[in-house]
Ligand binder design. Structure first.
Ligand SMILES: Cc1cc2nc3c(=O)[nH]c(=O)nc-3n(C[C@H](O)[C@H](O)[C@H](O)COP(=O)(O)O)c2cc1C
Length: 189
């Protein structure tokens, strides 16, 4: 594969793997489009952000918050991040709701970007996965409560994946675009 010379880091925080699954889809699309892309879990990211053309940061919500390692990383590197291209996405279950499923309507994403006082070039929110069978008793009760409050299912024997993969792909294309790659109309993964 001939790379464009552009280097992309995707730094992520995941607990049950859904954010990582989204990162893999984005990385695959970027790599196929000649952007040299590598995935890094936030707890082992040691590189200098300035050694990349673009940093993509993705994190899931757990009990109303993104991993503090993610917010600390952004707070500690805001200056460097302002000198490269950046994209951020949040993964949560509230985003499955139409009225809370956009970057300008998802309360977690809005609150987070305000709190770290950061404006990435791209921001996005994806609905995550609901997996009652895998939750501990306490987590199950808490998620049931969240679901009850937001009109979602309070039981399911199978995991429910709310992630809109087409939208993930579109986000990948937007990352290509901010790296000056032409709009690949009609292409897909
Ligand atoms: C213990 C726990 C707490 C969660 N808290 C919230 C929450 O407060 N709000 C929300 O919208 N989603 C919440 N979620 C849903 C997750 O954000 C969703 O399952 C997501 O897909 C997890 O991504 P990950 O596997 O990358 O960690 C919670 C999930 C778990 C298991």
């Amino acid at each position: 594969m001939t790379y464009s010379g552009r280097k992309i880091a995707i730094v992520y925080s995941t607990v049950d793997g859904q954010t990582l699954k989204i990162c893999h889809v984005i990385a695959s699309l970027l790599n196929k489009n000649n952007l040299q892309t590598k995935l890094y879990p936030i707890d082992s990211f040691q590189e200098d952000p300035l050694s990349f053309d673009t940093m993509v940061i993705g994190a899931s919500i757990r009990y109303g918050k993104h991993n503090t390692l993610i917010s600390n990383f952004i707070l500690n590197n805001r200056d460097k991040l302002s000198r490269i291209k950046t994209a951020f996405f949040s993964v949560n279950l509230v985003a499955r709701k139409k009225d809370k499923g956009q970057p300008d309507s998802n309360p977690y994403l809005i609150r987070f970007l305000n709190r770290v006082a950061w404006k990435p070039d791209l921001s996005e929110v994806f609905a995550g996965k609901l997996d009652y069978p895998s939750y501990s008793f306490i987590d199950r009760v808490m998620i049931q409560l969240i679901m009850k409050l937001t009109g979602g299912p309070v039981r399911s024997e199978k995991p429910i994946e709310y992630t809109d993969w087409k939208r993930v792909e579109e986000f990948g294309w937007k990352i290509c675009k901010i790296n000056d790659l032409p709009d690949p109309a009609g292409q897909s993964l």
